[in-house]
Design a protein around this ligand. Structure first.
Ligand SMILES: C[S@@+](CC[C@H](N)C(=O)[O-])C[C@H]1O[C@@H](n2cnc3c(N)ncnc32)[C@H](O)[C@@H]1O
Length: 421
């Protein structure tokens, strides 16, 4: 098969407002896995792969990262690299470095965390992502059946246990796990381990906080098995509001962690996201989850939220953010062609985060917890926001905070505040 397909998809990506994963759905199913793997590799580590094939894309990384995405479409060197990637049949480095990230991001990370941590982060985020699933409790209770099913599926690589989450099983490389009938039965969902950890933290922050690190990019240590089967059984059913639920990755995990009891209210402002959450929730055996579409009009939304004042044991604000912790999965977003979806596009991301947390904090009961989370690691969206919450949200006291990944997991930050009055 000709390598032209990689160039075609790349050119379309540069031109359209579509993200890489949406664009893939237009590619013929037989070609999709190869295009996903090869083009994904290029987007994750463009300069490392160019150097590997002896092709110069620019005189310096700075110069390369100054090129607009649309100009890359016509860059003959890039098409040569794509050609060579295809012809190599996958024989190329699976790890990049600091040169594979836009200069302005690298500068910001260096200011925040120093050279060593930044280099580590770049190495981790230039690799291909793992496929991680979260086992629902019915799968955890019938693990032999699950193992037999996975072993008999020739398309699936071997899986290992998670390093952080007792619910995680991790496949190296491309794993079409959605094709299994067990997926249709709701036995598992695709969810990164860091995201799973945030779901557990939302309910049991005190038991999970030791897994967090004060800086990004610290790997799990061997004795990290901090959350036992016994702990899982002891999670109490609660009223949980997932204020920014998106398609519900964390909300579904929380519904399962509470063994189908208690109540999870999953909010989002985007109808499409709420629709995909509802679809996923139908597959899940749990019936303790309710998706709520928030009104787009600011005033109407405030009225809608005020009805839930002081009603929740936990409010998880998994806020819109820069998304750098998931760059392995959304490699084209390094070129930042499109602002992340939020209703208040006019707001700077840190102001939006402050607004979202201020809007939802009143929903926490006295004695309950507010959990602030993001999948990024710039200081201004993490530690600085915690300082802001401490100074500006009356009655909330910080309990714990920290990072997970980007190492074996995507990169997340989470902080828990208890409501004292
Ligand atoms: C980081 S994503 C959430 C991911 C999700 N929790 C998960 O586990 O898959 C942030 C979400 O916040 C939503 N959002 C943006 N502005 C919001 C607002 N003012 N109120 C509620 N949700 C909002 C976005 O639509 C987006 O789905």
């Amino acid at each position: 098969m000709k390598s032209a397909i990689l160039s075609e998809v790349f050119a379309e990506l540069c031109e359209s407002q579509t993200h890489f994963d949406s664009l893939l759905s237009k590619v013929h199913p037989l070609q999709r896995p190869k295009v996903a793997v090869y083009l994904g590799a290029f987007l994750r580590r463009p300069l490392t792969l160019a150097a590997h094939f002896g092709i110069e894309l620019a005189d310096s990384p700075e110069e390369f990262w100054q090129l607009s995405f649309i100009r890359l479409k016509k860059h003959s060197g890039i098409h040569e690299v794509l050609n060579r990637i295809w012809e190599s049949g996958g024989k190329y480095p699976n790890q990049g470095s600091i040169i594979d990230f836009p200069t302005h991001l690298v500068e910001e990370w260096k200011r925040d965390w120093g050279q060593e941590v930044t280099e580590k982060m770049c190495v981790m985020m230039s690799q291909d992502p793992l496929t991680t699933i979260r086992l629902h409790r019915q799968a955890r209770e019938s693990e032999e059946e699950l193992k037999t099913e996975f072993a008999s599926n020739v398309d699936l690589p071997k899986f290992r246990l998670g390093n952080y989450s007792i619910l995680a099983r991790v496949f190296k490389g491309f794993a079409p796990v959605q094709k299994s009938p067990l997926f249709q039965k709701g036995w598992y969902e695709i969810q990164d381990e860091g995201s799973q950890l945030m779901s557990i933290y939302a309910l049991e922050s005190e038991k999970v906080k030791s897994a967090l690190s004060p800086v990004p990019s610290v790997g799990a240590n061997k004795d990290m098995v901090f959350f036992s089967k016994e702990n899982l059984k002891n999670i109490l059913p609660m009223t949980v509001i997932d204020a920014c639920s998106g398609a519900g990755g964390k909300a579904l995990a929380i519904a399962d962690l509470m063994r189908g009891q208690g109540r999870v209210y999953a909010y989002d402002v985007y109808e499409k996201k709420i629709q995909s959450l509802r679809k996923r929730a139908e597959r899940s055996p749990d019936r303790n989850i309710q998706a709520v579409l928030l009104k787009p009009d600011e005033e109407a939304r405030q009225v809608q939220l005020s009805k839930f004042n002081q009603s929740a044991d936990r409010v998880l604000v998994d806020s819109p953010c820069g998304g750098h912790g998931v760059l392995r999965r959304n490699p084209d977003s390094k070129w930042n062609r499109k602002p992340l979806p939020n209703l208040e596009n006019s707001l700077d991301i840190t102001d939006l985060q402050k607004k979202v947390v201020t809007d939802y904090a009143p929903l926490v009961k006295i004695g309950g917890e507010l959990i602030y989370g993001v999948c990024t690691f710039s200081k201004k969206e993490t530690l600085d926001q915690v300082d802001w919450i401490k100074s500006n949200l009356q009655g909330f006291e910080l309990q714990s905070q920290g990072f997970v990944g980007p190492y074996d997991t995507d990169g997340f930050f989470m902080a828990s505040f208890i409501r004292k009055n």
